[in-house]
Design a binder for this molecule. Structure first.
Ligand code: GLY
Length: 359
């Protein structure tokens, strides 16, 4: 066990490392300015389609010499704070009891560290708490009551995250739920018509994933969500699970996801996308390959359409060390937001496996 002396030494060292790697000191700003002027690093920030403002904010911080993790967290905080985005943070749709439960994960490429929280109630910026798990504990994931107590110990204030708009959507669902919840009777591979419970347009799995490459060539990412609307309390999707909803390798790139978390939890796609990129695939090809794996792995009939294709969607977003970026989805029609520092954030079409029928 460490002596008190050793622990103090450790803390001193940790503070120095933290300041050197993440803080935006004047020295770092100057260095970043030089790098921006002379290096071939092409900064980039990518996010899910709800991340236009987030990518713009993150790029502003990166261009000012900031660390990619500072940048992407500041970006997604805009969406977490936005009551009109019903899939993330404040204003997110609640669980089946009408309580908002949030999940988030972060990864900091240069230090190879990560942190996450799941089923966090009453704190509107789970991404900030996930970062504190990374920086101020020896753990990677803290859930539920423990995550709330941890956040409060660090000064976060509890607040009611359920807006009137989200409560009204929940009430409508509650009054009509019957077959539209997540409880299933016993069933086998061939069971098809269990009900409407997994129809994606009714049960949103919003979320924002945001990944950035900064002027030092460092990569970080964050994913944050209120998860599946009207979920069974305590349900955790892919967003706070490193390797599934987010993964960063500073030598290769970063990937993250939105969409049906259960499918991604069964394939751990983000780490797979990073490995595909390491093997030479472009970000878009790597994301598409992950979509194929999910489609191949989906075998329960209730999750397949009449042509044997997944009846849900999952979207992936990735960047690599060269500043290349791309996104892909199982079904056509998804977009992602990107900012390369040369112009305003814009939306791009995701590549896809299957084309949706025209409606
Ligand atoms: N992908 C977000 C979730 O399933 O919770």
């Amino acid at each position: 066990m460490n002596s008190p002396m050793k622990r103090r030494d450790f803390l001193k060292t940790a503070a120095a490392v933290g300041a050197g790697t993440i803080a935006g000191s004047a020295e770092l700003l100057a260095e970043a300015g030089r790098l921006g002027a002379h290096s071939a690093i092409r900064p980039v920030v990518i996010a899910s389609s709800n991340g236009l403002k987030a990518t713009a904010k993150a790029m502003e911080i990166i261009r000012a010499g900031g660390d990619a993790l500072d940048a992407v967290i500041a970006g997604v905080n805009i969406v977490e704070d936005d009551p009109t985005d019903m899939s993330v943070g404040y204003g997110g749709l609640p669980n089946e009891d009408g309580v908002v439960e949030l999940d988030s994960s972060v990864m900091h490429g240069p230090t190879g560290r990560g942190g996450a929280v799941a089923s966090l109630r009453n704190i509107k910026n789970p991404s900030k708490v996930a970062r504190l798990v990374m920086e101020r504990t020896d753990h990677v994931l803290i859930v539920g009551e423990g995550a709330l107590r941890f956040a409060k110990a660090h000064g976060f204030k509890e607040e009611d995250l359920l807006t009137d708009a989200a409560r009204e959507v929940w009430l409508k669902w509650k009054e009509n739920s019957s077959t539209k919840d997540d409880w299933l009777p016993p069933h086998d591979m061939d069971t098809r018509d269990i009900g409407e419970s997994l129809k994606e347009f009714f049960r949103t799995t919003g979320t924002i994933n945001c990944n950035g490459l900064d002027l030092r060539g460092n990569i970080s990412g964050v994913t944050t969500t209120s998860g599946l609307a009207f979920k069974i309390p305590g349900r955790v999707g892919d967003s706070p699970i490193l390797g599934a909803g987010l993964y960063v390798d500073n030598t290769v790139g970063a990937a993250g996801s939105t969409g049906r978390g259960e499918a991604n939890l069964l394939s751990c796609s983000s780490v797979m996308i990073v490995e595909y990129m390491r093997a030479g695939k472009s970000p878009e090809e790597a994301c598409l390959q992950a979509c194929k794996r999910i489609a191949e792995q989906t075998k329960m009939k209730r999750l397949l359409d009449d042509n044997g294709r997944p009846n849900f969607n999952v979207n992936f977003y990735a960047i690599n060390k060269k500043g290349e970026y791309g996104g892909a989805s199982i079904w056509s029609g998804s977009q992602y937001a990107v900012n390369t520092g040369e112009a305003e954030s814009r939306r791009m079409e995701c590549a896809y496996l299957y084309k949706r029928a025209e409606r």
